[in-house]
Design a protein around this ligand. Structure first.
Ligand code: MBD
Ligand code: FE
Length: 287
């Protein structure tokens, strides 16, 4: 045992067992350990570098930023690209493009039927209404779909993650009516920036990268018998629209804005002055 070579050590690590364990976990661990041994050897990783990396991982977990780094290193978008490829191969094309959930979704937001005001009090930005239908691929309404919507506040912060916000602030669920209609009022949120200090900010500084996302609103649309859609829409005109640190913007998800829409018909949302609107349908394939 004393005179192990690198190759012998790797073989030992990857074959050691007293029980079958979980074959998939064994397979993935073996691959990752093998690749890391190779990286350390070929790039001549020093002990200082190695232990700095493990300390960084510890801080990453403690800061709750694992979901932020997966997005920033492209893994979330990779999974979407792979899901799109799988759909294409299976002939399951069409519908609203998926876009990454990101690390900031919180389940269980307050639910309303058909319409809701997402923000509260004085508008913190341009008053915005988004409305449309949930449809199937044939253009037929999907009744009683559940539309989860969540977005950042005027400082780019999300409730449950950003200090000083109320539980479920800027998070709501809307149940569509029999014709699949939904609508909500809020304000146009600004973009998002990663927390300025912390493990992700440190890595991004070392990589010479920014941690900005263009202005966006998240959705999760679910209905019985339909495939759940996780997506985001982008607000046009943001300078980061083609430079998202999370690689999540997509054609077909940049909403068209109509400005100066007359308030008539929007009184139930508390609207009494011209506002900004976007009509957007969510199209879901069958499950
Ligand atoms: C966000 O607001 C977001 O949407 C993603 C994907 C990653 C970090 C912050
Ligand atoms: Fe977001």
């Amino acid at each position: 045992m004393a005179e192990l070579t690198q190759a012998q050590l790797l073989e030992l690590v990857n074959t050691k067992k007293i029980a079958p364990g979980n074959p998939r976990v064994r397979q993935l661990t073996e691959r990752i350990v093998t690749d890391l041994f190779k990286t350390i050897d070929e790039l001549d990783v020093t002990p200082d570098e190695f232990w700095a990396a493990t300390a960084w991982l510890t801080r990453l977990g403690a800061a709750g930023q694992t979901g932020l780094i997966t997005a920033g290193l492209g893994f979330d978008r990779l999974l979407d690209i792979r899901a799109d490829e799988a759909d294409q191969k299976a002939g399951r094309e069409g519908g609203t493009p998926r876009a990454i959930e990101g690390p900031l979704f919180v389940a269980g937001a307050p639910t309303s039927k058909v319409e809701v005001r997402v923000d509260e009090g004085e508008p913190k930005g341009e008053v915005f209404v988004m409305e449309g239908q949930v449809l199937d691929l044939d253009g037929q309404p999907v009744p009683h779909a559940m539309v989860d919507v969540w977005h950042a506040n005027e400082k780019g912060g999300y409730s449950h993650f950003f200090p000083g916000m109320q539980p479920y602030e800027l998070r709501r669920r809307i149940e569509t009516d029999a014709k699949g209609f939904y609508r909500f009022r809020s304000f146009l949120p600004p973009g998002y920036a990663i927390p300025p200090t912390g493990p992700v900010a440190e890595l991004f500084a070392a990589l010479g990268r920014h941690g900005q996302r263009p202005a966006h609103i998240h959705f999760l649309v679910a209905a019985p018998g339909m495939r759940t859609l996780t997506t985001q829409v982008n607000i046009p005109g943001d300078s980061y629209i083609d430079d998202d640190f999370a690689f999540a913007t997509r054609d077909g998800l940049i909403v068209a804005l109509e400005r100066n829409v007359a308030p008539k018909g929007y009184e139930s949302l508390g609207i009494t002055a011209p506002f900004t609107r976007s009509v957007f349908n969510f199209v879901l394939p069958r499950a």
